[in-house]
Ligand binder design. Structure first.
Ligand SMILES: Cc1cc2nc3c(=O)[nH]c(=O)nc-3n(C[C@H](O)[C@H](O)[C@H](O)COP(=O)(O)O)c2cc1C
Length: 198
């Protein structure tokens, strides 16, 4: 099948876009409001986009609390979501007002970051401390903006030493989860290797 993605008449019961751009890592974004309330929410329009220096990006569909907080404070943390933390990750996606601490809501422990004031998720095996680089509006065909890309420079990286073996991070042992389409998820449990020809 082929369809024009602008018209988006795919003829299927649901838009298949997210089922084919998959698996998408989950950036579990922590931030703090101007009033000092901690906020936590998963974003699967998330990825690393550069490694020297390190940059990450996530996409906000609508003006959500994470975006509002990051715009106000200029910082956020990305926590890594795992199979063991899946229920808590899901709880933190609840639509609640900005005065609700989503760490408390999900039963997670806020741990201090080193370089930013935003807390990270203690239970997560890895976290990235980020400073806001740029917020990029993503306009529709009429020029209206309902989506934004939030780009962050990674300033500090936490890794739980239990997952570092023989000088390498054992990604499969962390059992990272990723988003597919619909309400489907994938778990990274196996890794295989292939070297580049050169
Ligand atoms: C696994 C998962 C991935 C999500 N990915 C996104 C995303 O990429 N962009 C987005 O705007 N919302 C996404 N959401 C929904 C947000 O998490 C949800 O709207 C949340 O309430 C936003 O919280 P905030 O207002 O505290 O930022 C996702 C939800 C789940 C469960």
């Amino acid at each position: 099948m082929f369809y024009d993605a602008i018209e988006n008449r795919h003829g299927l019961p649901n838009d298949p876009f997210k089922a084919i751009v998959a698996p998408r890592p989950i950036g579990w974004v922590s931030s703090v409001s101007k009033a000092g309330i901690a906020n936590l929410a998963p974003y699967s329009f998330f990825n690393a986009i550069a490694e020297g220096p390190h940059y990450v990006v996530f996409g906000s569909g609508g003006l959500k609390d994470s975006l509002t907080n990051i715009e106000a404070t200029g910082e956020f943390a990305i926590n890594i979501a795992t199979y063991d933390l899946r229920e808590k990750m899901n709880l933190s996606s609840a639509r609640v007002s900005a005065d609700v601490d989503e760490f408390a809501l999900a039963g997670l422990t806020p741990a201090p970051c080193r370089l930013i004031k935003t807390p990270r998720v203690e239970e997560s095996p890895a976290a990235l401390e980020c400073r806001l680089y740029r917020i990029v509006p993503l306009p529709d065909d009429r020029g209206e903006v309902q989506d934004w890309a939030i780009i962050g420079r990674v300033m500090g990286i936490h890794i739980d030493d239990r997952f570092v073996r023989d000088g390498r991070v054992n990604t499969a042992a962390m059992k990272l989860i990723a988003r597919l389409g619909y309400s489907e998820y994938a778990t990274v449990e196996t890794a295989w290797r292939m070297r580049r020809p050169d």
